[in-house]
Write a protein that binds this ligand. Structure first.
Ligand code: HEM
Length: 959
């Protein structure tokens, strides 16, 4: 194609810039749209383009953009004057100035703005209608006598703007072919509209008679009866330059240009056309030179188009560019939706950036990587789901490959796209459904709802043959469906739309899980949340809060997280209601947004995660649902368990787990000055902190750590050297609570991010949403006042911290096991093997029994220890509970590992598949190893517990 090999970088903007890019893409150019990370896009002019989400305000993002532009042919700048310059991406950077060379002097730097760049309106915001108004063209357009009307946004945005800009780019390319140099193309919509309107504007200047007179009286603005639109009998219109006669007054050939006769001629034509339908008149005039044609709808126009496509095809056609396949291929070469960041990884990898660099850029907010794979899969599934126009193009592309015949049929279907044939509440009988039992006319019933899969069948990820099976097509496929799909499949908008009605007199029985609702599945909730059960620990006061646990989730924190509006703001790419925020984050690995951190701050969530204590004084907790002085470890237990409920392990840690383990040493052992400075900003989510103990050299063995801290000559600072590994939240932390070897032994020091501190991401088996880091301290400095506890007394600081940290892990582990129990109970009931539900097999029941027992025993032991914590001082806890908690931690994670293993056996292949029925099992099985290591490996902890017990043995104890 004409522009093959041309690399175009288009900064995302409104209609004109994207249209210029579209013209280039349609003609073979590779167009990359640059979006802002986290932005959403409703741009439909994205056919054949790719998207990279890059933030030029972050240094690494800017560097990547410069690299990209240094190898590009064309840049499309849609911003107001000065924006690109302020970003350091102005034309001079690439094209050079008189004195200094540019980075890419072949670049064609196309600038598309509204008002002329040098005029008085240059800095004002505007839209098509404003540019048209200032161009002088709007005042010439038809309308009523007192004001003109405007042709939607076609004139300034597209004709005077995008098209003109594309023409400028082509001219510059021709020029570059001669000179070898690129240049700036300066296109503004006011000037473009004026140029485009040369005919009427020149007509005005030359005082052409056609252009004279008030609006509505001139040749081309509705004045002339023969340049007009007439309503026919059926309410449709004819556009007409006539040549006819009628009773009474009869126009003569001279009447046409006799302006005094125009009113009569108009009336004559108006009455005449109203006597017959539009299609009647269309037939009368067809094939004549009367210049009268019907006014078509876009769908009808599509039928007449050579391409037979409802999508406008690139034009003009260039000789040798075959009008059939080439054009259609280019129309079908992209979707009407382009996800911001969909191709970031691909584009930047091509540019030479490696995965580690990309990960780091994601964390820095320099780039956004949307879930391209899912989107690609989504596109596949989305085709034609309900004849929605946005899906049409993919469907078209898909079918185009299959056969011409189907393609034509498809166009017919989608051209009449809009009103769905049925509403979701339309009632059918099983007999009616049964008639639709063939490919192409295929309905099924799932849980009393009727789905029309005729258009979806070829796009079904499980294939078409399963759907056309005689036991499925036209039948009640509820059982077959739930054996193979999670319920949330039906909740996804693209599949929900397949529902065309319900079965009369039948009730749906499958209930979609509602976030925040208490599960009715046995053992899916701890007993104190289950109706009819009692607890010694969850008192009336606490129970109100806890049994309204769902309220906690629904009404406060979780609503903030899951509210669709917020979710949209936080995560702009499309997803359905059940594909929760946490799952998305877990998958894309980006860190939680500041907006979410702030929402949590508003509830004082960060403070509550540190347990009861002075730090809560004066705070309003959870919108006042619990008083600071009443807040105890049971409340904190609930918080920890609610976080675990999201079933996204890395994301859970990304919700600032680093603070839960990194801040207590400051809280309990920091100087007053340090506490006053650090604690408020961390609890308010303004700064992030992590605990940096483990190293490549030593993990559970803290005394084997090799990071050193020595005092500076003046004795005022620590100078720290060494490395730390597997540090949760480390990639984005501002503060590091660091375990160091010092002269006196082991000392804990608070180090601030600054010179000598470097962090980089470590890829682990869970999500990089957790910000797991490798840290290097290279002569990093910290004031002596940042010492936490005694010099050489670090082990004491850490021991008391370990208790809390391990207990938090036990809370999460108990909850996570329960979620797996629920999954397994549901799956074994709905999955059939050897003709019976899985749960009819004794071996499966034995596995369930073991899982339930493990989850229950972990929770019950946990509650007992929590009760002890509520009744002991921090110091007493350190002395008495270290062993208990170490045992529980080792027990719960070993239970978790067993449960993960059993669950995979129950789920079979699905248990190791990242999507579909077993996705939570796969996730748990993959990430449980973390829990078994963090806070001390299981064997180390057990041994610690026994040693503590041995120390407590009475000297006189004898058998
Ligand atoms: C509204 C109707 C249906 C929709 C929207 C639908 C959608 C899907 C989706 C999205 C998948 C991908 C699986 C996943 O990752 O979860 C899938 C897989 C599958 N579907 Fe369907 N489906 C429907 C009906 C059916 C029916 C009635 C059958 C009949 C047996 C069926 C059989 C399958 C099979 C065998 C797979 C592959 C499962 C696997 O890989 O484990 N589907 N379907």
């Amino acid at each position: 194609m004409a522009l093959s090999g041309l690399k175009v970088i288009e900064f995302a903007g409104l209609a004109p810039g994207p249209f210029a890019g579209l013209i280039l893409a349609d003609n073979g150019a590779s167009v990359i749209r640059i979006d802002r990370p986290g932005a959403s896009s409703s741009d439909i002019l994205c056919r054949g383009k790719k998207s990279a989400a890059i933030n030029p305000k972050i240094p690494s993002g800017k560097a990547a953009l410069i690299k990209l532009l240094a190898s590009a042919d064309v840049l499309i700048d849609p911003f107001r004057p000065g924006v690109m310059e302020r970003l350091g991406l102005g034309p001079e950077v690439f094209l050079g100035t008189g004195n200094s060379p540019g980075l890419n002097e072949k670049l064609i730097y196309a600038r598309m703005i509204g008002f002329p760049r040098a005029g008085p309106h240059k800095d004002m915001a505007g839209h098509d209608i404003n540019y048209l108004a200032l161009s002088g063209v709007l005042s010439l357009l038809p309308g009523t006598t007192d004001k003109p009307s405007f042709p939607i946004n076609l004139l300034a945005d597209f004709a005077g703007g995008g098209l003109t800009c594309a023409m400028g780019i082509l001219l510059a390319l021709v020029e570059r072919g001669k000179s070898g140099r690129g240049q700036v193309v300066d296109a503004d919509m006011v000037s473009g509209s004026r140029y485009l309107s040369s005919f009427p504007l020149l007509g005005q200047v030359s005082q052409s008679t056609h252009m004279l007179g008030p609006r509505g009286s001139r040749l081309l603005d509705g004045g002339a009866p023969f340049y007009n639109i007439y309503t026919c009998q059926d309410g449709q219109w004819m556009q007409y330059r006539p040549d006819s006669s009628l009773d009474g007054w009869v126009p003569t050939p001279d009447t046409q240009f006799d302006r005094d006769e125009w009113p009569k001629l108009k009336e004559y034509l108006t009455k005449g056309f109203a006597t017959q339908s539009r299609d009647y008149w269309a037939k009368v005039f067809h094939g004549t030179d009367a210049c009268a044609v019907p006014v078509l709808t876009p769908e009808e126009a599509a039928q007449l188009d050579l391409s037979r496509s409802p999508l406008p095809v690139p034009h003009p056609r260039i000789i040798n560019q075959s009008q059939g396949s080439e054009i259609l291929k280019s129309v079908g070469s992209g979707s009407l939706a382009l996800q911001p960041g969909q191709h970031t990884r691909e584009i930047l990898t091509e540019l030479g950036l490696d995965n580690a660099q990309l990960e780091e850029m994601v964390r820095d907010g320099a780039i956004g990587i949307s879930k391209a794979r899912e989107i690609a899969e989504g596109n596949q599934m989305d085709f034609l789901s309900a004849g929605f126009i946005v899906n049409f193009e993919d469907a078209f592309r898909h079918f185009f490959r299959i056969s011409h015949a189907i393609r034509v049929q498809l166009i017919t279907i989608t051209a009449s796209k809009i009103p769905p044939k049925y509403t979701m509440s339309k009632q059918f009988t099983f007999e009616e459904v049964a008639k639709h039992n063939k490919p192409g006319d295929l309905w099924i019933v799932i849980d009393a709802k009727v789905y029309d899969l005729s258009k979806f069948q070829n796009l079904h990820p499980g294939g078409v043959s399963v759907l056309s099976d005689e036991e499925i097509a036209g039948q009640d496929a509820t059982e077959a469906f739930f054996a193979l799909h999670r319920h949330e499949v039906l909740e996804k908008p693209q599949y929900k739309r397949l529902q065309i009605g319900v079965i009369a007199g039948e009730q749906s029985i499958v209930k979609a899980p509602v976030p925040g609702e208490i599960s009715k599945v046995p053992y899916a909730e701890p007993s104190w949340l289950v109706d009819g059960f009692h607890s010694p620990y969850f008192t009336e006061v606490r129970a109100t809060i806890t049994t309204e646990n769902s309220k906690w989730r629904c009404a406060s924190l979780w609503t903030s997280i899951y509210t669709p509006k917020l979710r949209h703001a936080l995560h702009p790419y499309p997803h359905d209601s059940t594909h929760t925020f946490s799952q998305i984050k877990e998958e894309d690995g980006t860190r939680i947004s500041q907006e979410l951190v702030d929402k949590m701050t508003a509830l004082n969530f960060h403070a509550m995660r540190l347990g009861p204590g002075k730090h809560l004084k004066g705070l309003t907790l959870m919108n006042g649902i619990v008083k600071p002085e009443e807040f105890d470890y049971f409340h904190e237990l609930i918080i920890n368990q609610e976080i675990a409920r999201c079933g996204a392990r890395g994301y859970g840690d990304g919700l600032l787990s680093g603070k839960v383990i990194g801040l207590p040493p400051v809280l309990n052992f920091g100087s007053e000055e340090l506490k006053a400075r650090v604690i408020p900003e961390v609890l308010q989510g303004k700064k992030f902190i992590c605990l940096a103990i483990s190293e490549a050299h030593a993990g559970s063995d803290v005394m084997g750590l090799q990071t050193t801290a020595v005092k500076s000559e003046d004795g005022k600072e620590w100078i720290i050297n060494g490395t730390k590994k597997w540090i949760t939240n480390g990639t984005f932390a501002d503060y590091f609570t660091v375990g160091c070897k010092t002269e006196d032994g082991f000392t804990v020091i608070l180090v601030e991010r600054g010179e000598g501190v470097e962090t980089k991401a470590i890829k682990t088996s869970y999500s990089s949403s957790a910000g797991t880091a490798y840290i290097t301290f290279d002569n990093a400095r910290a004031p002596i006042g940042n010492t936490l506890g005694e010099e050489g007394g670090g082990i004491f600081v850490m021991l008391s911290n370990f208790n809390h940290e391990r207990w938090v892990m036990c809370c999460s582990s108990a909850r996570a096991q329960r979620a797996i129990v629920e999954e397994c109970l549901k799956w074994s009931a709905q999955r059939k093997a050897f003709g019976k539900p899985l749960n009819s097999l004794a071996i499966i029941r034995a596995k369930l029994a073991a899982m339930i027992s493990r989850a229950e025993s972990t929770q019950n032991w946990l509650e007992n220890i929590t009760y002890q914590m509520c009744n002991m001082s921090y110091k007493q806890q350190a002395g008495k509970l270290a062993g208990q908690i170490a045992f529980l931690k080792a027990y719960s994670t070993s239970c978790g590992q067993e449960t993960a293993k059993d669950a995979v056996q129950i789920f079979g292949g699905r248990g190791i598949t990242r999507t579909g029925m077993g996705r939570f099992i796969e996730h748990y099985h993959r990430t449980i190893a973390f829990d078994a290591l963090l806070g001390g490996a299981e064997d180390v902890l057990r041994d610690l517990g026994v040693r503590q017990a041995l120390r407590g043995m009475p000297k006189d104890a004898r058998l």
